[in-house]
Design a protein around this ligand. Sequence first.
Ligand code: TXA
Ligand code: MG
Length: 352
Amino acid sequence: MKVKNMDTTYWSVDKNVDNMENYPQIAQAADLLTKNEVVAFPTETVYGLGGNAKSDDAIRKIFAAKGRPSDNPLIIHIAAKSQLHEFVVQVPATAEKLMDHFWPGPLTIIFPYQKGSLSDGATAGLDTVGVRMPAHPVALAIIKKSGLPIAAPSANQSGRPSPTSALHVKEDLAGKIAAIVDGGTTGVGVESTVIDCTSEVPVILRPGGVTKEQLEEVIGEVRVDPALTDTSEKPKSPGMKYRHYAPDAPLYLVDGSREELQEFINEGKKAGLKIGVLTTKENAAFYDADYIFACGERAQLETVASSIYEALRSFNKADVDVIYSEMFPNEGVGNAIMNRLMKAAGQRVLKK
Ligand code: TXA
Ligand code: MG
């Protein structure tokens, strides 16, 4: 579907006010959703592009605005557990425990889907459905006020880094969607963890804001989709097969010391390239390059997660020819950071 050029309304809301649902901006955003328009709003992970999950029209608008492949299903966002019965066949015991423990929060649970209860486009024809309850007062208020299950992918142009501020959403989607609700920068910074609870042992399909270790504390053994570590495997989460989060310039991850990363910079400089480096506060002063982004602190990986997409977007503004990035420990929230960086880099890792 061709995207009509439209005026995008922009509202700013303070996420700390009481009685959020009674705010006029929230009511107007919810009203647009009930009219099957699409609206971007903040969640605790990244900004989402919401639409009525029951409306074919709204779902078409989401896919068209993002330029998203139609075989990639959307996550359904709810404000209360009581909404589940509208489209979920049955709640597995593991899912029940996870909901009690992590909702609202950055965890998407895959349930068996009641065929025909939502727009076919939202679930991409699968017999499962991914659901989450976001831990953000603005998102919760809009969903609650609309009274609908809200399908919401990240509010970026498909393939680009996910948006962690309303400005990022504007850059990608202004003129293509009805409205943007600005509630400040998001906190977690990487998307929700996706866990499939339809199998006996639940399987992580996408690492995210909730770590494997945290999940195992609540439900015991959890598997990881082999496609997350072996790129020759076909991923179970359709979205994981696409190149994602990519900045305009080629990105390379450097498996080595700071000195070795600097050697790659020096070689690029000799070839006349403008060079960007993705590092952290601890190492930023070490490098000699054209543009250096200190993405949080290595000692606290949550701070790296919360600014990783800002980092990837900033290289486009700096207009560099090539980007070299440090790597991060593949544990805790480092799983999600490395997963996003590997995708953004098209799996390219350099070693001296
Ligand atoms: O944090 C988040 O989850 C954000 C915010 C806006 O809530 N949303 C988000 O949505 O990241 P999106 O559409 O960018 O990513 C959804 C991911 C994709 O990888 C998709 O393939 C997977 O969830 N997914 C959705 N439904 C699924 C299903 N039934 N089975 C397997 N994977 C599913
Ligand atoms: Mg996305």
